[in-house]
Design a protein around this ligand. Structure first.
Ligand code: EPZ
Length: 444
């Protein structure tokens, strides 16, 4: 498995462009299963996860072609149903987003249940509740979801669970409702920019969705959708990760592709933490305005501070001049990065659904292991600031959501090297138990 070697202590300088949003691209790609013809997507992010989705769609008969590095064409005139197998779904939970479009266009779908995840308990009961409300018959058998519907009919659906709204659940139900007979009202819908982007894409294809960006979506079903050309929004999580890279290294970064309306809470939080963030059109210049200040932050559904930035913020707060509290109300267990940061000299204590972080003067490089996508980003940030060398293993997690991260970092004066097939994650002593291969895998 590849490793990332970072020699810390270099201030990041220069300009970096943000790629297209992973969490908008994935449901939009899935939606093309219900859109006959040739959809063209611009600003397409080249990621492990979008590649997995290409593999899955190809299995369903979609013809995929790259028109250039970041433009993809998806020809969906010959879609046939088949199974979304466990092997693929367990590595990428967003595979479940094919359920809605397949039900709407083929009248049936068979998708593996996603299984466990390193960031916490991630059921899909709300997805199934919403699709059932539209008239789908759902049977769970031998780890697979067998869904069928002769006809989908509009319904009023309340789509919230104990941790609030569901992003991909809203995407799944919306993608089915647009081709259902009659009107669907989704109450407690997710408001994330990626959900809005899917809705805008579907409307461009002829759907009739109103209320995007609010918690109530009204969808009047249409008979069919037309394939279009569409440009995916920039990835707000990558953008804010770069902001924190500037903050933790006391650097000076110009970040292209920043939608401030997608990052209101994050930008306010980072400014409170002591970052100077100057926004001009869709470009942000980010420097430190002094010492990093401690924070008390709670990760919430949009428009709150994003859970996908929680790990990165936790890493940056390790170097704040005081004690911070970071809580995650979306994924209360999303703190596997804390144990690895402790190995780098951080002072972090786990509390009920969060951590208490006592700022230290410096972190020290160490061998650490990535556990999920955003935890990996947190370890990269810590390694960039740490004294000495940090070696991060299992960086396939990073590849799921950050395009060419090592290359982008190198162009910003970071001392980073990606090593092919690094040494085994744990030293092999005579008689030591052989670590089980890829025991942990998270799905993001
Ligand atoms: C999406 O996951 C994102 N992934 C995640 O990003 C992100 O962390 C998450 O939304 C929250 O913003 C994609 O969009 C592909 P949820 P999703 O359904 O849709 C509970 C990354 O790093 N819930 O909004 O799976 C759930 O357990 C990834 O890019 C139910 O109870 O998240 C969680 O506590 C990681 N029942 C909360 O809701 C359900 O049926 C929010 O989950 C569905 C969810």
């Amino acid at each position: 498995m590849d490793e990332l070697r970072i020699r810390g202590g270099h201030r990041l300088q220069g300009t970096v462009s943000v790629s297209g949003a992973k969490n908008a691209a994935l449901p939009i790609m899935a939606a093309t299963l219900a859109i006959p013809g040739r959809t063209i997507l611009h600003n397409f992010p080249r990621l492990r996860d979008t590649n997995s989705m290409i593999q899955l769609l190809t299995q369903f008969g979609v013809a995929v072609e790259f028109l250039d590095d970041h433009t993809i064409a998806l020809e969906s005139s010959a879609v046939s149903t088949c199974r979304a197998d466990y092997e693929l779904v367990r590595t990428m939970r967003a595979s479940v987003c094919v359920l809605g479009p397949l039900l709407a266009s083929q009248g049936e779908a068979c998708v593996s249940l996603p299984g466990g995840c390193n960031i916490g308990h991630r059921p899909i009961d709300l997805h199934l509740k919403g699709l059932s409300a539209l008239g789908a018959e759902i049977v769970i058998d031998q780890g697979y979801i067998h869904a069928s519907a002769r006809e989908l009919r509009g319904a009023e659906i309340y789509l919230s669970g104990p941790q609030g709204s569901t992003v991909t659940g809203t995407c799944n139900v919306m993608s089915a409702a647009v081709l259902s007979r009659g009107r669907t009202i989704i109450q407690a819908a997710a408001c994330e920019p990626e959900v809005i982007d899917l809705g805008n894409f579907l409307n461009a294809c002829g759907a009739q969705i109103t209320g995007l960006g609010t918690s109530t979506l009204t969808i009047d079903g249409v008979r069919e959708l037309q394939a279009v050309e569409y440009t995916i929004i920039p990835d707000r999580i990558e953008a804010a990760t770069w902001m924190m890279a500037a903050g933790i290294t006391d650097g000076d970064l110009t970040i292209e592709g920043v939608r401030d309306d997608h990052l209101t809470a994050a930008i306010e939080t980072l400014r409170t933490a002591g970052l100077a963030i100057d926004l001009q059109d869709e470009t942000a210049r980010v420097r430190r305005a002094g010492d990093l200040q401690p924070l008390d932050v709670v990760a919430l559904p949009f428009p709150g501070f994003p859970t996908d930035l929680q790990a990165q913020l936790t890493a940056m707060m390790c170097l704040a001049s005081g004690t911070s509290v970071v809580t995650d109300r979306v994924f209360p267990d999303r703190f596997l990065h804390a144990a690895e940061l402790l190995r780098m000299g951080a002072k972090i204590r786990r509390e009920s659904s969060g951590v208490i972080i006592e700022g230290v003067n410096e972190l020290s490089g160490a061998c650490v292991m990535a556990s999920d996508l955003r935890a990996s980003a947190a370890l990269v940030l810590a390694g960039l600031a740490a004294r000495g060398e940090t070696v991060i293993s299992r960086i396939y997690h990073l590849d799921r959501g950050y395009e060419d991260l090592a290359g982008k970092l190198s162009r910003l004066d970071a001392d980073v090297e990606r090593q092919k097939g690094g040494r085994p994650n744990t030293p092999q002593f005579a008689g030591a138990p052989t670590p089980s291969a890829s025991k942990t895998s998270s799905k993001g």
